[in-house]
Design a binder for this molecule. Structure first.
Ligand SMILES: C[S@@+](CC[C@H](N)C(=O)[O-])C[C@H]1O[C@@H](n2cnc3c(N)ncnc32)[C@H](O)[C@@H]1O
Length: 249
């Protein structure tokens, strides 16, 4: 089993990585310009000011890295404690059992695989599965359960989906919009995407908007798309499901 590296994924995280990094860089550049122009003497600059700037830069880099790492850890801890309390059911998702056989047998990717219910189903159907999830508890549980499953304990944000590799990509009950183009690239021509997530107007950050998934994957051949009211056990208003095939075969 591969071990996880760095930071966490989520919409909140993405705004910190981009916005905060740009903000911190601007402050550092501004500070540098101020300090350098305040001490115009060249000897003073090279003996004192430049080393000071290096220390400042280093400290700020360490602070940002620390912030990212803490948030990754927080995300992992959140999911780990959920899985310690309840690992979840073993039944594979219905959208998967209904549509998996559109894909020719080969490599499959299970994004945010959780306890591996979908990976285990695909391995039984003969696929070689890359199963990625941030939770140590969930991936430890899954590791070693089937030789066809390659369990990767990893923040998906730090993992690059290999291009042109998968006959089937499964993304069930997870949302990371950053992955949309990577998922399309990861599919082989004729490869199948099975995607299920949620729509909720009040939780836009974590949920899809109506038709958003349809538009995001419109370059593929959409075989099935449905938005429907979630049953009362769900936290979100609606469930959305999409099955699509990459053109080109
Ligand atoms: C609602 S569960 C869905 C699990 C699985 N797909 C299923 O249908 O049973 C969401 C999963 O996303 C995983 N997750 C959350 N953030 C992640 C991240 N940044 N990278 C990888 N996995 C993540 C969690 O650990 C959790 O297992």
């Amino acid at each position: 089993m591969q071990q996880a590296g760095g930071k966490r994924q989520s919409i909140a995280m993405q705004s910190i990585t981009c916005a905060d990094l740009i903000h911190v860089s601007k402050i550092v550049i501004l500070e540098s310009c101020c300090i350098v122009s305040y001490y115009p003497d060249r000897q003073m600059q090279s003996c004192f000011i430049y080393p000071l700037l290096c220390v400042l830069l280093g400290l700020q880099a360490v602070t940002v890295r620390g912030l990212l790492r803490t948030m990754a850890d927080t995300d992992r801890e959140k999911w780990d404690s959920r899985y310690v309390a309840n690992l979840g059911g073993a039944e594979p998702s219905t959208i998967l059992t209904d549509y998996w056989n559109l894909a020719s047998c080969g490599n499959a990717l299970d994004i945010a695989c959780g306890n591996g219910r979908n990976s285990l189903f695909l391995a039984k159907m003969g696929f070689m599965v890359d199963a990625v999830d941030i939770s140590t508890v969930a991936t430890n549980y899954l590791a070693g359960s089937d030789p066809k499953i390659n369990v990767i304990c990893q923040d998906i944000d730090d993992w690059t989906i290999p291009r042109n590799r998968y006959q089937l990509i499964v993304n069930i009950r997870f949302l990371d919009r950053r992955l949309f183009p990577l998922i399309k690239d990861g599919l082989r021509p004729g490869g199948v995407l099975i995607f299920e997530s949620f729509i909720d107007k009040k939780k836009n950050e974590y949920c899809l908007k109506q038709n958003e998934l349809l538009h995001a994957f419109q370059s593929l051949h959409i075989v099935y798309y449905e938005e429907k009211k979630s049953d009362c056990s769900e936290k979100f208003d609606e469930t959305v499901a999409l099955v699509a095939i990459k053109k080109g075969l």
